[in-house]
Design a protein around this ligand. Sequence first.
Ligand SMILES: [Zn+2]
Length: 101
Amino acid sequence: MQSPGGFPRGRPARTVPPRHGGGRTIHGVAGDLPPQCSAKGCRAPAAWQLRWNNPKLHEPSYRKTWLACPEHRDHLSEFLAARGFLREVVPFPAPPDALIS
Ligand SMILES: [Zn+2]
């Protein structure tokens, strides 16, 4: 009696080709994102801060801050102004990205 050998030998090895990356990663520095516009779906860096207060929720001296890129500054400020929340719009200080070496 001959039984067929149990193990199907020689099945293809699952080799994973090594990644050729040269050691360079594409992603940026984690946790160090520049402040972005608060508009939905917008990832532009913020250039303005909209300071607002909802009198029903906040102390009069309290300020919430939205950040806005130049493109969305009007849109966001109108949104707040229409509700009577907007207090002031001030330039957002850009982080100094010119490194002194
Ligand atoms: Zn924007």
